[in-house]
Design a protein around this ligand. Structure first.
Ligand code: CUA
Length: 434
């Protein structure tokens, strides 16, 4: 009726929405009536000059008592029945339901199917068939909520809980974690993909990707991940400085951390730096430079990366021309220079947005907001007005001038990658960010 809960994706949705509508309508009617009468009485029975202040003596009215006890009781029983009816549906899983194992962990959802296929952040199911999720948590309380299916259940460490639904339409839908579970709770999301039966079967049987990765030697797997997970952007293999320390002869390397203590780059140090990069920051590198890969890499992946790092002796070459990241978006016909510049800044393989915000917040590099025309103080004490020449130099030769308060960490990777035209488009875009 009211459509307050949005798109309906399962056969629970109708009953749930009906109950929700009824409760909403009753609440609105009661609120309007009670508050309305309250205001009305307050006005007509207010204290008036020259009137008697004594109130009349009123006896009970049996008929009224019976009506206003019976009627609300019946309404409450009806509402409770509506809830109970849906609850029974949701707790009784059809025998033919397909089971999927779900594991919640800070901060991602893992799914595993009966044939062994695993996914992270993507639950794929066939349409018109019941799906049962058998769920548990590796760490803290989470909650698996699929709004479009109208189903939600807590996910608890050391215990299994379940929920089920029968999708009635194909499509891509949002899954949320709805139990606060730490810093990245709001980003603990997943996609629910509902496919036609045949397409689902094909997807389920396709294990080419997993087979390929599993069949690789650990160090080769690490090498694949080095490119596909974008480690390459910040960590060189030849000792050259980028946003993060080079991986050249990194294994067993000793050094100083930002807090003055020392570290040895052994397996545990590398593992911690991947999962919790802020725990130990190497001196001279930005503290917030690296995002956590918690949930994006399996234990086997991490072992692979460690094994790969052990092999890096200066002779290692990787083919960076095949990263998984999408290529530069083709400039849309008729786009203005500023629009083209915006697309370049946001293109994943250009990585500008990783270090430069457009809302004024301080990331690894200065924010782009209000940058054009700003006077920036440099680390050598000089002052520079941000103009076209300065921006061009900062893109092509990032180390030439360093803004005070920032580290010399921007990679010199744009010469040859961005044309003069690209740079002038980016400048046009920056001019719009006042
Ligand atoms: Cu997991 Cu919130």
């Amino acid at each position: 009726m009211l459509g307050l809960l949005g798109e309906q994706g399962s056969d629970f949705a109708q009953k749930v929405d009906y109950a929700h509508d009824i409760v909403t309508i009753i609440s609105v009617i009661c609120t309007v009536l009670i508050v309305g009468v309250m205001i009305y009485f307050a006005i007509i029975y207010r204290q008036k000059e020259g009137k008697d202040h004594e109130t009349p003596h009123i006896h009970g009215n049996n008929a009224l008592e019976v009506i206003w006890t019976t009627f609300p009781t019946l309404v409450c029983i009806w509402v409770a029945w509506l809830g109970y009816d849906s609850f029974v549906d949701m707790r009784n899983v059809p025998d033919n339901a397909m089971e999927v194992n779900v594991t919640g962990r800070k901060w991602a959802w893992d799914f595993q199917y009966k044939n062994g296929k695993r996914t992270t952040g993507e639950l794929v199911v066939p349409v018109d068939e019941p799906v049962k999720l058998v769920m548990t948590s590796k760490d803290v309380l989470h909650s698996f909520f699929v709004p479009v299916m109208r189903t939600k259940m807590d996910v608890i460490p050391g215990r299994y809980t379940y929920e089920w639904f029968r999708p009635i339409k194909t499509g891509d839908f949002q899954v949320f974690c709805t139990e606060y579970c730490g810093n990245e709770h709001s980003r603990m999301l997943a996609r629910l993909k509902v496919l036609p039966r045949a397409e689902f079967e094909r997807w389920l049987a396709d294990d080419s990707e997993a087979r390929k990765l599993a069949s690789l030697r650990p160090s080769d797997r690490g090498k694949e991940l080095y490119v596909s997970k974008q480690c390459v952007t910040c960590h060189s293999l030849d000792g050259s400085p980028r946003v993060g320390p080079s991986w050249l002869k990194l294994f067993r390397k000793e050094g100083k951390l930002a807090d003055g203590s020392s570290y040895v780059a052994d397996e545990n140090y590398i593992r911690e730096s991947i999962l919790n990069p802020q725990a130990k920051t190497v001196a001279g590198y930005p503290a917030m430079g690296m995002p956590s890969y918690q949930g994006q890499l399996s234990d086997d992946d991490i072992t692979g990366i460690i094994e790969f790092i052990k092999t890096i002796d200066g002779s290692t070459k990787v083919d960076v021309s095949q990263p998984a990241a999408p290529k530069k978006p083709a400039a849309a016909a008729g786009a203005t220079p500023a629009e083209r510049g915006k697309a370049l800044v946001n293109a994943p393989d250009n990585l500008c947005a990783t270090c430069h915000s457009i809302d004024g917040s301080k990331l690894v590099g200065p924010s782009f907001k209000g940058l054009w025309g700003r006077k920036e103080k440099m680390s050598d004490g000089t002052e520079v007005t941000v103009d076209a020449d300065y921006i061009k130099e900062s893109i092509y030769k990032p180390q030439a001038k360093i803004v005070e308060g920032y580290g010399p960490v921007m990679p010199a990777m744009y010469e040859g990658k961005l044309s003069e035209q690209d740079v002038s488009d980016i400048i046009e875009y920056l001019k719009t960010l006042s």
